[in-house]
Design a protein around this ligand. Structure first.
Ligand SMILES: NC(=O)c1ccc[n+]([C@@H]2O[C@H](COP(=O)([O-])OP(=O)(O)OC[C@H]3O[C@@H](n4cnc5c(N)ncnc54)[C@H](OP(=O)(O)O)[C@@H]3O)[C@@H](O)[C@H]2O)c1
Length: 328
């Protein structure tokens, strides 16, 4: 019996240490206990991953949650799961395909017609490292969905967000933005050889630049906007990378992933924090890595680049011509 004692206690210590390390890496639960009773929240891409968990966390805190997704079957199923788990019946599913300007306009028009208030908009949806696909309107898919789609959606909802102030916009970016570069000669990858990784990084840099410029334009309105890297999480985001389907990578990288990669539930905590924390009232134009504000990449701080991206994005989505709300 005694000869098993030492190996068992070593094993126990290692396992306990690994769990503690994993929790430390993951960053823990949202430090704010604030509730949002009666507040209206829109979460894009909420049928799975971080978006679904964020919607669930905010439903637990009493919000009226609108899941905005492209696949209505998955969207309704997620809404049902969240209603069942939280017993909050103010959780609904709406169609929104960010790869279609028409769909975005229809979604926004319905919201503005029906809702007087939208207090929290979480621009969460994304596609990562897909093949060289284009959106319905001919934009490179990652730039089109991750940046342009959310750019148009947000602009179309701005009047409602302003009328609901204090209100908050949270834009899901990624640490990957540091490897991004805005190539204004070829934002849509029509001239260069397509590099799907670089296209993802560009789209996530665009998200931080959009956040900066929008925050500048929203000064004094009571609407704040911040960008966020939620941490690395075990979700469906890698569905186009091959990592998910490879037994070799699951086997060899599995233990490392278990240690370093968050559950979707933990990765939803920073979005929840930015949406509800009282101490963040009035904080705008910042980049958060988890719960902490950090400086983003130097290109993401460049005001000239941010303004140029704004003008180019507005032109591409036809914002000036549309009668959509335009701050300044
Ligand atoms: N997971 C990570 O490690 C990580 C790290 C850094 C940043 N992030 C960011 O966190 C956010 C959430 O990612 P996740 O990990 O939860 O990814 P995920 O599990 O792949 O979820 C992405 C969501 O976006 C939706 N989506 C994709 N294209 C869309 C479109 N055209 N219209 C509407 N919705 C669309 C997806 O819908 P379908 O299910 O219908 O495709 C899905 O609901 C993303 O912005 C991502 O860039 C994640």
């Amino acid at each position: 019996m005694n000869r098993y004692l030492l190996p068992l206690s070593v094993l126990g210590t290692v396992a306990g240490g690994a769990v503690l390390l994993r929790d430390y890496v993951a960053g823990g639960s949202c430090p704010s206990k604030a509730t949002i009773l009666g507040k209206t929240v829109i979460v894009t891409g909420a049928n799975t991953g971080i978006g679904k968990q964020t919607a669930l966390e905010l439903a637990k805190r009493g919000g009226n949650i609108i899941l905005a997704c492209r696949d209505m079957e998955k969207c309704e199923a997620a809404a049902r799961d969240i209603r069942r788990e939280t017993l909050n019946h103010h959780v609904s599913a709406r169609h929104l395909d960010l790869a279609s300007l028409k769909s975005i306009r229809e979604f926004a028009a319905k919201i503005t017609e029906e809702k007087e208030r939208v207090h929290i908009l979480i621009n969460n949806a994304a596609v990562m490292r897909c093949p060289h696909w284009t959106t319905e309107d001919g934009f490179e898919m990652q730039f089109g969905v991750n940046h342009l789609g959310h750019f148009l959606l947000t602009n179309l909802l701005l009047d409602t967000l302003k009328a609901s102030a204090p209100s908050r916009i949270i834009n899901l970016s990624s640490l990957a933005h540091v490897a991004g570069h805005m190539d204004f000669d070829d934002l849509n990858w029509e001239k260069r050889t397509y590099d799907t990784k670089a296209a993802y990084c560009q789209s996530k840099l665009a998200v931080v630049l959009f956040t900066k410029e929008l925050s500048r334009r929203l000064q004094g309105t009571g609407v704040t906007v911040n960008a966020l890297h939620p941490g690395v999480a075990r979700t469906e985001l890698g569905r186009h990378t091959g990592m998910h389907s490879s037994a070799f990578s699951s086997f060899t990288l599995g233990p490392i992933f278990w240690l370093l990669v968050k559950s979707p539930q933990l990765a939803a905590q920073p979005s929840t924090y930015l949406a509800v924390a009282e101490e963040l009232e009035g904080v705008s134009g910042k980049y958060f890595d988890g719960f902490k504000e950090k400086p983003p990449a130097p290109e993401a701080e460049d005001e000239e680049v941010a303004q140029r991206l704004w003008a180019e994005s507005a032109r591409l989505v036809g914002l000036e011509l549309s009668g959509g709300s335009s701050p300044q």
